[in-house]
Design a binder for this molecule. Structure first.
Ligand SMILES: N[C@@H](CCC(=O)N[C@@H](CS)C(=O)NCC(=O)O)C(=O)O
Length: 223
């Protein structure tokens, strides 16, 4: 990294979208300044940098602004080429992108709607979520990580979102969605992820996070 490089990340502690960016920057060894946002009272900096969505994460690199976590991950990978995050092979790269979309669009939506539902409505959503996680799990066949022997793009996307966010929310509600019996490969993958220091460093503190997700679930119920 050149001396004058400026790397700033706007995020919030509980967000899988910004935590995955921190993981990527740490995997690349890129120093960055982290600015914690308050989404109840968004900073003028956030509104100026991301007038389109007004959401975190936002990455600022030498005055250039990049938004949307998938796009930011790709930007990081293309800018600092060592320790690649995306697969090198075009087919594997497209597969990783397809599953990242599955996680951030479908699995997240079902997961969050399930927080707002009563038990009966919840069961149907949870069953649908399991079916999708089964599809994702197949991608782990024969590998420690989605990235193969090392943590890659889909590990960052799915890891920040499912075990270290959604599962905590479900745990807070007293529901076990992903069991060892149903998802042995997934469970093995989570254990491997937890062995990675960078991942451990970037996941939100467990108890505080479960509490946060509980509050979020209550808010969703009252909408
Ligand atoms: N598609 C976006 C999603 C980011 C997102 O949903 N961020 C949430 C926090 S977890 C946010 O900033 N919400 C503020 C709002 O909706 O006003 C990404 O991948 O970066």
């Amino acid at each position: 990294m050149g001396k004058q490089e400026e790397v700033k990340l706007l995020g919030i502690w509980a967000s899988p979208f910004s935590r995955r960016i921190e993981m990527a920057l740490k995997l690349k060894g890129v120093p960055y300044d982290y600015l914690e946002e308050d989404l109840e009272n968004k900073s003028s900096l956030l509104l100026a940098l991301n007038p389109i969505h007004k959401k975190i994460p936002v990455l600022v690199h030498n005055g250039k602004t990049i938004i949307e976590s998938h796009v930011i991950l790709e930007y990081i990978d293309e800018t600092w080429k060592h320790n690649p995050i995306l697969p090198q092979d075009p087919f594997h790269r497209s597969t990783a992108r397809i599953f990242a979309k599955l996680v951030d669009e479908q699995i997240v939506n079902l997961g969050f709607i399930s927080l707002a539902k009563t038990e009966k409505g919840r069961d149907v959503l949870i069953e649908k979520t399991r079916e999708l996680i089964k599809c994702l799990e197949k991608e782990l066949a024969g590998n420690d990580y989605f990235g193969g022997k090392t943590v890659g793009y889909l590990d960052l996307v799915a890891g920040s979102m499912i075990p270290f966010c959604l599962e905590r929310a479900w745990e807070g509600m007293g529901v076990e969605v992903i069991t060892e019996k149903m998802f042995p490969r997934y469970k093995k993958w989570v254990k491997k992820l937890e062995e990675v220091e960078i991942v451990r460093d970037c996941i939100p503190p467990r108890e505080k996070h479960i509490e946060h997700m509980n509050i979020m679930g209550e808010k969703l119920k009252s909408v």
